[in-house]
Design a protein around this ligand. Structure first.
Ligand code: NAD
Ligand code: IPM
Ligand code: MG
Length: 364
């Protein structure tokens, strides 16, 4: 039995998560994966019910689980709260030691949905490796009447461990890491550069270059194909990954995996709770389904992750699309279409298995 803790969260979080869980449930039943789901309050909904965004019961369930599937949290209605829903997100990442956030960006359909010219976007395939438990997010925040400050700190060890993740990922891809920082201004960025240069010596088969974050923001739009793995700190990774989502056509397409050293991984779309479209059944659940596929990969469940990704891509390419991609499919309709493809594939596979067994029976 594999226990998945599901944290639907707020806004469109529950809608997109429902579709991802239904896909996982179907795959589990068809392939005997033994997935079991438990749902827990997290984010704004947990503030309403428990007075805090990450209740101890939710954290305990996540720590015991084999993996965590998260929707999204946040919304203006919790702005006045002592602890906002987003604080729960930062806390769970830290509590579970999830220091590496992997955000793959792939341009499908020859770049047809991209605002960039198709010859620029087509074929782009980038993995953002974002440091997730350090930097300015976790430094001291002071807010005074006329002055405020946020402290950005990084240790060599924090940089080293996430750099290893990026170099290892590059080895199984196109063999290139671009480290992104603001080393012309920031001391933390200078530590990033020298540390990553050191780590690179252990990966002579991987090419490394460095880019300032402002220049990178331009280059991912003008020449996205030049990138393979982008390795960067927490805040820059957050901003660059939303920017990169545009070249694929919609933020609703992108999933992510947050991983640490051995405990359960956390899988979530990169988008937020999009409160203005919450409850309308029009959000794109692709990012949540892509996150579920990354979870299956991480749980080493054979080709289950690849099968789910194929069904997702085939559905998108078939013309079934939510409004963010110019279509008129609903969230639930799109999810059902992905599941139809999974069922067709399953029937085909069992047909082949039957044929194979019959042939063996004849010849054996
Ligand atoms: N991981 C998370 O839980 C997470 C991530 C980002 C933002 N947030 C929170 O979400 C709330 C809203 O933030 P925001 O508006 O800045 O970002 P957002 O990602 O929620 O929305 C940005 C834009 O993208 C659209 N969008 C997002 N996801 C979509 C989807 N799946 N399908 C179709 N369109 C989609 C929205 O409608 C909006 O126009 C805030 O409280 C923010 O802090 C949470
Ligand atoms: C909501 C916010 C704290 C979060 C982040 O900045 O990490 C989000 O933008 C994300 O990308 O997961
Ligand atoms: Mg973000």
């Amino acid at each position: 039995m594999i226990h998945i803790a599901v944290l639907p969260g707020d806004g469109i979080g529950p809608e997109v998560t429902r579709e991802a869980v239904a896909c996982l449930d179907l795959l589990s039943a068809e392939r005997g994966l033994g997935l079991r789901f438990t749902e827990h309050d997290f984010g704004g909904v947990a503030i309403d019910r428990h007075g805090e965004p990450l209740p101890p019961s939710t954290l305990a369930a996540c720590k015991k689980a084999d993996a965590i599937l998260l929707g999204a949290v946040g919304g203006d209605r919790w702005n006045g709260c002592a602890e906002r829903p987003e604080a729960g997100l930062l806390k769970i990442r830290q509590e579970l030691g999830l220091y590496a956030n992997l955000r793959p960006v792939e341009v499908l359909q020859g770049g047809q949905w991209s605002p960039l010219r198709s010859e620029v976007a087509s074929g782009s395939d980038i993995l953002v490796v974002r440091e997730l438990t350090g930097g300015i997010y976790y430094g001291e925040h002071r807010l005074g009447e006329d002055q405020a400050s946020d402290l950005c700190t990084y240790t060599r060890e924090q940089i080293e461990r996430v750099a290893h993740v990026a170099f290892r990922a590059a080895r199984s891809r196109k063999g290139k890491v671009t480290q992104v920082d603001k080393a012309n201004v920031l001391a933390t960025s200078r530590l990033w550069r020298s540390t990553v240069d050191e780590i690179a010596k252990a990966y002579p088969d991987v090419a490394l270059d460095h880019l300032y974050v402002d220049a990178c923001a331009m280059a991912v739009i003008t020449e996205p194909r030049r990138f393979d793995v982008i390795l960067t700190e927490n805040l820059f990774g957050d901003i660059l990954s939303d920017l990169l989502s545009v070249i694929g056509g919609s933020i609703g397409l992108l999933g992510s995996a947050s991983l640490g050293s051995g405990g359960p991984g956390l899988f979530e779309p990169i988008h937020g709770s999009a409160p203005q479209i919450g409850g309308l059944d029009i959000a794109n659940p692709s990012g949540a389904i892509a996150s579920a596929a990354m979870m299956l990969d991480e749980l080493s469940l054979g080709d289950a992750g690849a099968v789910l990704r194929e069904a997702l891509e085939a559905t998108l390419l078939s013309g079934c699309r939510t409004p963010d991609l110019g279509g008129d499919a609903s969230t639930s309709g799109f999810g059902a279409a992905v599941r139809d493809r999974l069922e067709v594939r399953s029937r085909r596979d069992s047909g082949l298995r039957h044929l194979f067994m019959t042939n063996r029976g004849c010849c054996g």
